[in-house]
Design a protein around this ligand. Structure first.
Ligand code: GDP
Ligand code: ZN
Length: 462
């Protein structure tokens, strides 16, 4: 366990700006209790208070004895605290001016204003959290969807750290074997069992690869799946978008070609934030504004996580429908065919449609009446949750993913060297890289600059 870093005593407002029922000024450090005592007037002196107790009293300006607020004060002594230092929380009324005056009193009593993320930084430096967990604190605060929250929470709980630590230790063990062998090779001692070594190396590489399964998912969790609506003018794309969003975001009009831009709306479904994009037509056109729209539409389609190919069920497929369908089918992006206007008599040939976009599900809906929208939403859900490759520990943090990718590549290199019978230093070197990268996920032997950079993204008070 890491030695406790003896820092000075820091303080900051821990609750968000604005008015709230309560507001908290938090202190951490060796003088936290002594500083709090200077501004607190209650029945007991906090210096005599047992750990993890709550005290009612007044907060005063220590220079003038002016009462600033009434408050509940929590005294928590090291090491059973977030920072593993003495921590005091002053819970007062949640107004900006009240909190600021309490903070000023605390600062004049000897605390220093905390830097962004400094509480969490201390928790990291004192071994209360590893770096992956500290980053999870940030991810959790920033989580905008159910899944983002879930993954951050798991990361914070240490699930990710535990798996990564196991892999790191295995990489270290393999590395030690090779390096030992290199040291002794002149004396022909400690012969490595290459078969057995290769087997372990391969297992390790595969397990690192497993963590990377989260890569695609990470983006979906972070940004939300991009769902692009396409189809010829007037099939009802904008109406469908509005129906899904239940608001007037895109412009609906009976004149073809008015949705020139890519319009975005967000739809919360199954814990994901789906980004819906309505596109202009795909046809080459003379109008320069339209043709910009067409270029954008094609780009959006290529980069989509899911395409909704919309057709009008009340009219036969025309050439433009077929053109668009063929283009979409050529993209190899998962696609749902949406036959709209199911409230009108069907004049569309389903079979022809199925031939054009084979292996894509077809859903019948009416943007006008809402019929079939639930089924469409189920399909959207399935499209991201589909393969069920969700369970187990996945990396979703960008920094972690990059490091794990580098570790995987280095392990593959070590494996290739071992297989080809290369000298052992060509195995040792990539193995060192691999174990360093895995360790860096946990914050082992990372530079101060990186740590500083990560924590600077936090807000003050965290
Ligand atoms: P877009 O060009 O594909 O975006 O099509 P719009 O959403 O602008 O709709 C074109 C026309 O079709 C409008 O007059 C809509 O009111 C109409 N429309 C859209 N969806 C439906 C539907 O489900 N049923 C019926 N009857 N009309 C619809
Ligand atoms: Zn439109």
């Amino acid at each position: 366990e890491a030695a406790v870093v003896r820092g000075d005593t820091i303080a900051a407002i821990a609750t968000p700006p604005g008015e709230g029922g309560i507001g908290i000024v938090r202190l951490s450090g060796p003088e936290a209790v002594a500083v709090a005592d200077k501004v607190f007037r209650g029945r007991v002196r906090l210096a005599h208070a047992p750990s993890h107790t709550v005290h009612y009293g007044r907060v005063v300006d220590p220079r003038t004895e002016e009462v600033l607020d009434e408050a509940l004060v929590l005294v928590m002594r090291a090491p059973r605290t977030f920072t593993r230092e003495d921590v005091v929380e002053i819970q007062g009324h949640g107004g900006f001016f009240v909190l600021r005056s309490v903070l000023r009193a605390v600062l004049s009593a000897g605390a220093r204003l905390a830097e962004p993320g400094e509480f969490t930084l201390r928790a990291f430096l004192n071994g209360r959290l590893d770096l992956a967990q500290a980053e999870a604190v940030l991810d959790l605060i920033r989580a905008r969807t159910e899944h983002a929250r879930r993954f951050a929470l798991r990361q914070l709980a240490g699930d990710v750290s535990q798996v990564v630590r196991g892999l790191f230790e295995e990489a270290q063990a393999l590395r030690a074997q090779v390096e030992l062998e290199l040291d002794f090779s002149e004396h022909d001692e400690g012969e490595i069992d290459r078969e057995e070594f290769l087997r372990r190396l391969e297992v390790l590489r595969r397990r690192v690869g497993d963590l990377l399964r989260g890569k695609a998912l990470a983006r979906l969790v972070r940004e939300g799946p991009a769902v692009v609506l396409t189809g010829r003018p007037n099939v009802g794309k904008s109406s469908l978008l509005n129906a899904l969003l239940r608001e007037e975001r895109a412009i609906v009009t009976p004149v073809p070609g008015t949705t020139r831009d890519v319009v975005t709306g967000e739809l919360e479904l199954a814990g994901f934030r789906f980004r819906l994009l309505d596109t202009a037509g795909l046809r080459a056109t003379e109008d320069p504004v339209e043709s910009i729209g067409v270029a954008r539409a094609r780009k959006a389609l290529r980069e989509a996580d899911l395409v909704l190919l919309v057709v009008d069920g009340s009219s036969p497929l025309d050439e433009e429908d077929e053109e668009i369908a063929r283009y979409v089918a050529s993209l190899s992006v998962p696609t749902i065919v949406v036959v709209n206007k199911s409230d009108l008599p069907r004049r569309l040939e389903d079979r022809r449609l199925a031939e054009l976009v084979p292996s894509s599900p077809i859903v019948f809906v009416s943007a006008a009446t809402g019929e079939g929208l639930e089924e469409l939403e189920d399909r959207l859900r399935l499209s991201v949750l589909g393969d069920g490759g969700w369970e187990g520990v996945l990396l979703v943090n960008e920094r972690h993913l990059r490091l794990a990718e580098e570790a995987e590549a280095a392990l593959a290199e070590a494996e290739a060297s071992m297989r080809s019978g290369a000298t052992l230093d060509l195995v040792a070197l990539p193995l060192r890289v691999a174990s360093e990268r895995l360790g860096a996920i946990l914050g082992i032997d990372v530079g101060e600059d990186l740590v500083r950079q990560i924590f600077s993204r936090f807000c003050v008070g965290k």
